[in-house]
Design a protein around this ligand. Sequence first.
Ligand code: ADP
Ligand code: MG
Length: 410
Amino acid sequence: MKMTQWINTRTPEELDRDARQLFDDHFGTKPAGVWAAPGRVNVIGDHVDYAGGVSIPFALTQMTALAVRLRSDQRVRIISQAPGAIDPLSFEMELSEVGPKHPDNWAGYVVGVLWAGQQSGIWPNCPGMDIAIVSDVPVGSGLSSSAALECAIAVAAFELTHGHAPSQEERGQLVPVCMRAENDVVGASTGGLDQRASLFGVAGKALVIDFHADTVTLVPFDLAAQDMVLLVADTNAPHALNDGQYASRRGIIDEVSLALVGEGKTLREIAAEQALSQADAWAIEQGLDASIVRRRLQHVVEETQRTLKAAEALQDADMAAFRQYMQESHESLRDLYEVVTEELESAFQAAGRFGARMTGGGFGGSVIVLLPESEVEDTVAQISRAAADAGFPECSFLLAVPGDGARRLS
Ligand code: ADP
Ligand code: MG
C-alpha cells in the first residue's frame, strides 16, 4: 500500500537554521539576519480581488525563509532550495538590469521586489544583496509560494534599509511593491489578495479583505475548538498564472468594469442586478459572446455577496452555513468562471459531503475541505483513490492552520 504524502512543515527555528546553513554553504559567510513570510490559503472569495470584491484567506504556518546580507555593489546573488527540488537554483543579476520581464524566470519575484521598492521610493538606493532561500510552501499549488517569496524579501529589504521592522502602516506600503514585482516584472496579473494575507496574517485568525474599501479585518478561525480541521489536497497538477488563462478572465472583468462604472471604480458601486443587465448589452455592442461575459461577471458579483455572508457565518461560528458557501463557491468557479480542472473536480467530488472547494487561481492547484478531524484519514484515502482511478498525479496533503504574517526570524 502507498503512503500518503504529507507536505513537510518545518518550525520557524528549523527554517532559520536551514536558511543560515544554505547561506553559509553557498556564500561562505554569515547573513545579517533571516526573514520569513507564509503562504496562504484562500478559504472563500476567489477571482474577486481584482474586481473590488471580498476574500477570506489566512496565512499558513508553512513559510519561505530568506537569509540575507547586504552588498555594496548593486549585485544580487540568490540561491534557492525550493520544496521538492533536488538541486538548489542559483541566480545572479545587476539591480540596474531589472525591469518588466527582466529577468524572465523565478528570480523575478525576488529582484522584482527590490526593483519595485526602489521605483516607488521605499528604498531609493537599494544596495545589492546575497540571499539564501528555503521554503515549505508548495510551488504552483494555489497556496501562494509567489507571495511568500515576495513578502519575505520585502520585509528583509525594508528592515535592512530602514533599520527597523515595518509598522502596520509600512506593511501596507509593501503590498503594492510586492504586487508590482508580480504584475510588472513577472507578468502575472494577480490582484493583491496573496500579499495582504502573507503580510497581515495573525495566528488563529482569518482575514476578511475588502478590496473595494481597502480594509483588512481579522475574524476568529479557531477550528480546533469545534474539532474541525481544514485539509488541503494539492492535486500536483501545477498551475501557471502567467500563461494567459488567468489574464483572459481578468481582462473581461477589467473591461466590463471600466465600461459600467468607469476608471478607478469598482463593480461594488452599482447594484448586482444592474451590473448583470448592463453587461449583456455592453457585450453585444462589443461583439463579444454575451453568455461568457455574463457568466464571468455573475461569478464575480455573486462570489462577493457569498463571501460577505460567509464572513458573518464565521463571526457567528455557524460552520454548517460556511460549508454550504464553500460548496457554492466551487460550483461557481467551475460553472461560471470555468477555472476548475478535472483534477480539482475529482478531489472536490471525493470530499463532496463536507464543505469543499478549489482554492486560489484555479487551472490546477489545490482543493480545501472543512471537516471533522476524525474524518481526515478516510477523506485523504478517498481523494487519493479518486486521483489514482482517473490516472491523475498523486495528491499531497497538509492541514492548514492560521499562522502569523511576514517577520524576522533571527
Ligand atoms: P503559487 O503562488 O500558487 O505557488 P505561482 O505560479 O503564482 O504559484 O508562483 C509560483 C512561482 O513562484 C514558481 O514557478 C517560481 O517561479 C516562484 N517560486 C515560488 N517559491 C519559490 C522558491 N522557494 N524558489 C524559487 N522560486 C520560487
Ligand atoms: Mg502565486
